[in-house]
Design a binder for this molecule. Structure first.
Ligand SMILES: Cc1ncc(COP(=O)(O)O)c(C=O)c1O
Length: 326
């Protein structure tokens, strides 16, 4: 018999799937690292488990402890699954722009969820950064995960996602394209791939309303770049320690409208029912067209599953209200 001892053993070893129609105008092979095959339906299962194991190993997380995190949903899901198997409690803090499905899903796996306003400064006591920190101080035997600055986030991708992509492409990958939020995925995968072959180009997908692209290009943290946006999971109004700008060759910004429209197109034209950052990522690949030639092998990573977005990007009434479709 061949079986996993528990659900956590099924994390990783996700497939690489060719994109066919949406990238027909590109000269090269475009493959997607399809992370919804993880048990929590997102890439974040990988780093959630790594962060917990590292915190257990050095005593930050103790038996029966409470895990506290500010999360847009996917990291929370990964943490919650590991917490169930390992016997911890979870309290998650979310911004109110996140879809309601994400809150309900976290509750479904036993977590307590606090929702905070999106449109406040990170330093405001109501922001989700501040509320997570306060809860961690007030809750006995708790551990504040801090996925933004926790090095285990990047390490998980250096140890698993990067090597999988290298092996699955037989070392032929030439470009890696991925949305950037905490930076764990791009920095971990990017560092591993550049270690194997420094010529591989690493491209980040950013949103309008986020600081990454300008900071990468000028070294300036420009507060004028910051304003509320709709795209979920990528872009930031802070510089997380997990974004290693030195392994990133460039960023391209994708509009909220394009990210939403391309999320629908992936589903309807490729049969890939994915989250909003996947739409941003594939549109970003198309925007980078001039960088690709015939023999290139481009890998784009798709972070999460479409089920989290049925009330938004997969709802035509919402799409019309936002002015994204006629
Ligand atoms: C849906 C989605 N896409 C993209 C990202 C960005 O990944 P990373 O945090 O590794 O940069 C996240 C992370 O929060 C996410 O939840």
């Amino acid at each position: 018999m061949k079986y996993a001892e528990n659900i956590l053993e099924t994390i990783g070893n996700t497939p690489l799937v060719k994109i066919n129609k949406l990238t027909a105008e590109l000269p090269c092979l475009v493959l997607s690292k399809y992370e919804t095959f993880n048990p929590g339906n997102s890439v974040k299962d990988r780093m959630a488990l790594q962060m917990i194991e590292d915190a257990e190993a050095d005593g930050r997380l103790k038996p029966g402890g409470t895990i506290i995190e500010g999360t847009s949903g996917n990291t929370g899901m990964g943490l919650a699954l590991a917490a169930i198997i390992k016997g911890y409690k979870c309290i998650f803090v979310m911004a109110d722009k996140q879809s309601k499905e994400k809150v309900d899903i976290l509750k479904a796996v036993g977590a307590e969820v606090e929702v905070c306003p999106t449109a406040v400064e990170p330093t405001d006591p109501r922001s989700y950064y501040s509320v997570s920190k306060r809860l961690a101080e007030e809750t006995p035997n708790s551990w504040y995960v801090n996925q933004y600055d926790n090095p285990s986030n990047c390490k998980a991708h250096f140890k698993s996602t990067g090597p999988e992509i290298w092996e699955q492409t037989d070392g032929k990958i030439t470009h890696f394209v991925v949305g950037v939020g905490t930076g764990g995925t791009i920095s971990g995968v990017g560092s591993y791939l550049k270690m194997k072959n420094p010529n591989i180009k690493i491209w980040g997908i950013d949103t309008y309303g986020s600081v990454f692209k300008k900071y990468h290009e000028t070294g300036i943290f420009d507060e004028n770049e910051i304003y509320p946006y709709v795209t979920e999971g990528i872009g930031e109004d802070i510089l997380p320690l997990n974004v290693n700008f030195s392994v990133i060759d460039g960023f391209t910004k994708v509009t909220d409208k394009d990210a939403a429209v391309y999320t629908q197109r992936l589903s309807k034209e490729e049969g890939m029912f994915l989250g909003n950052s996947a739409g941003a990522a594939i549109k970003g690949v198309l925007q980078l067209k001039e960088h690709f030639t015939k023999d290139d092998v481009v890998v784009v990573l798709f972070h999460d599953h479409g089920s989290r977005y049925v009330g938004k990007m997969y709802n035509d009434d919402w799409m019309r209200e936002m002015g994204y479709i006629d």
